[in-house]
Design a binder for this molecule. Structure first.
Ligand code: HEC
Length: 136
């Protein structure tokens, strides 16, 4: 098959898109769970998740030890439930309300700019990090 110049330009543009787009989306979802955790959760839940963050003692409800979440759920880890807790669809006493934003909404207002996809990527990264944190 012989391509005219316009055809070649098209080929180059399409190849460019095919290689650039995945790189861009990998970057979008390149959130690091441990960084997000330190930034948004550690003040209450503690850097190690033990519930001993610097402001824990001044809260109305004590933040639970996140590392024993799976143990307390009898070994069950439900990532969907974790996402619901983080984004606020499943309320827990310490999140939301006057003390604390609900993360689904907070991430939507972040400086990063709003996109459903980025909100989801952050919540996924956090959920994965919490899973890593579970006591064996
Ligand atoms: C302002 C303090 C505060 C911050 C910040 C905070 N939490 Fe919490 N969190 C709490 C409190 C308090 C509870 C317990 C509420 C209760 O007793 O029901 C809780 C409960 C939870 C639970 C349920 C745990 C269980 O064992 O039932 C999860 C999961 C959780 N938080 C995850 C997070 C994540 C992830 C972040 C960061 C995105 C975060 N929290 C940020 C205070 C906080």
């Amino acid at each position: 098959m012989r391509l005219r110049p316009l055809g070649w330009i098209l080929v180059v543009v399409v190849l460019g898109l095919v290689t650039l787009v995945p790189a861009a989306s990998a970057q979008d979802s390149g959130y690091v769970g441990s960084d997000l955790y330190r930034m948004y959760c550690a003040s209450c839940h503690g850097t190690g998740g033990k519930g001993d963050g610097p402001i824990a003692s001044s809260l109305r409800y004590a933040p639970p030890d996140l590392t024993t979440y799976r143990q307390r759920a009898e070994g069950k880890w439900d990532p969907e439930e974790m996402r619901r807790i983080i984004d606020g669809r499943q309320p827990v006493k310490g999140h939301g309300g006057a003390d604390m934003p609900v993360w689904g909404d907070a991430f939507k207002q972040s400086r990063d700019g709003f996109s459903e996809e980025k909100v989801k990527a952050r919540i996924d990264a956090l959920s994965a990090y919490l899973e890593e944190m579970q006591a064996k």
